[in-house]
Design a protein around this ligand. Sequence first.
Ligand SMILES: Nc1ncnc2c1ncn2[C@@H]1O[C@H](COP(=O)(O)OP(=O)(O)OP(=O)(O)O)[C@@H](O)[C@H]1O
Ligand SMILES: [Mg+2]
Length: 311
Amino acid sequence: MIDVKNLTKRFVGRTAVDAITFAVGKGEIVGFLGPNGAGKSTTMRMLTGYLPPTSGEASIGGHDVFTDSLKARREIGYMPENVPLYEDMRVIEYLSFRAGLKGVPIRGVKSSVERAMEYCGLGEVRKKMISNLSKGFRQRVGLADALVHKPRLLILDEPTNGLDPNQIRQVRHLITQLAGEHTVLLSTHILSEVQMSCRRVIIINKGRIRADDTPDALAANLQSSGVVTLEVKADAAAAQDKIQALPHVRRLTSSDAGEGWQRFELRVEPGPDDIRETLHLLAQAEHWPLRELTRHTATLEDVFVELTQRD
Ligand SMILES: Nc1ncnc2c1ncn2[C@@H]1O[C@H](COP(=O)(O)OP(=O)(O)OP(=O)(O)O)[C@@H](O)[C@H]1O
Ligand SMILES: [Mg+2]
């Protein structure tokens, strides 16, 4: 459904998207994850034809986004980062107007709008002015707008941004309901959202793709290398040096846990031994009082931090 090859966008002085390549199959729900400024919105704007690329190719449903943009756009329902809504229109008027713009035939507008409103739970606010809607309902109007012409592909840029936890659950529920019928590419900062609703995650950082896999596989991959927490009472710098010098320690962060206690988080390479034993022996040899030594299950959050903070 989406096919992207070496897609690149350079702005003056910076490369926002750097030769990314990925494909999304029909019916997939893919999470597009990355820190602020990673290039998510820029990629989405190129895919939806709002921004010309510097180089590279992209096609939607077999239509080239740049040379055949009308056909490509017809396949897409796009919910941009900041949904532009006409404040002085009623919900139903706005969606009817948008349906017309998107080429829904006049006779089909009413039923298409009803369907989209029902899907997004907008029935009770249908006659309200958009200017009087809460943020959550505005987001829903944005989603209904993206859906109204029954596109095969939905590109949603942070659809739950700024919503409260209840609203987030509702929107997430809507999105999972869309599965099957639609292909969905959604960007977000909320990792639990991806873990719950996406079967595949693409992690982007500084314009480059750092991972592309299922959430579980990504976490499992990191798990094999281990995440360990250690809390000891010791001189911070000396302990840091000693721990870092141990074999298989890949990354080490430390924080002050108060009253002389230091908390260390270690990423450990796969090895034959359990690093906890080594750490215990080290603490003993150094006469560091020890109050915590645990090994964690890696989460998608660990993966995210690992992939987006390394460089
Ligand atoms: N029109 C523009 N002109 C110049 N630089 C831009 C423009 N649009 C985006 N950028 C830059 O490109 C980079 C990627 O921005 P982008 O909006 O794609 O990030 P993002 O992943 O969507 O981030 P966020 O999570 O904050 O929405 C940023 O460094 C941004 O400052
Ligand atoms: Mg963005």
